[in-house]
Design a protein around this ligand. Sequence first.
Ligand code: AMP
Length: 218
Amino acid sequence: MRIVLLGAPGAGKGTQCKRIVQRYGLLHLSSGDILRQQRAEGTSLGKKAQSYMDSGQLVPDQIVVQMMIDAVKKAPAAGFILDGFPRTLNQAVELDNSLAHNGQAVDAILNLQIDDRMVAERMTGRRSCPKCGAVYHLKSLQPKVNGICDRDGTGLIQRPDDSPEVVAKRLKTYHQQTEPVVDYYNNNGRTVFDVDANNGADKVSDLIFEKLDAIDKA
Ligand code: AMP
């Protein structure tokens, strides 16, 4: 299966991807994770992406498209799930062209729908471990000791792009630049599965598995 997972930042794409990957044995390709990895390694791509990411803007297409198309080419036969890509109309078109070049296409598009207010609450309360990447939440997923990672005892941080001002900017960017991707797929005869992501994570997974099981068996 080749799956695209769309949805606003904070809609729970990362959590759902992990579960989907486990169930169907796909490769998880998160553009945000790959970009953060590039930054951590101090590559020239990571350095170019840094200021855009920290201010809630999208990294330019010419950087992200090649990076993701290269990653897709390395996917196993079982397939992949794209998390956070495509995020612009141009990225969606480039992805389609690249897959078509190899006689392939996206099999399923999942669109996690969530209210902006819920996103703001989820993201501004998020804290993560700079060492192992574990994610917590001030209200819904607290560590055992306040501010400290359960796994390795490192002090938790707020990602710069989870601050309230940047979250507002990321939501605006999402509505302006990423929502047209949903229209693009709908207008090109693809089935987009809308999933209500205001629900808890387990309910959202159930809704997703119901759709994907049907495709997997087809
Ligand atoms: P994420 O973790 O998916 O929310 O991504 C974090 C940041 O990485 C975003 O706010 C963007 O600055 C950048 N980014 C991730 N994916 C893309 C993409 N497909 N296109 C452009 N920028 C991206």
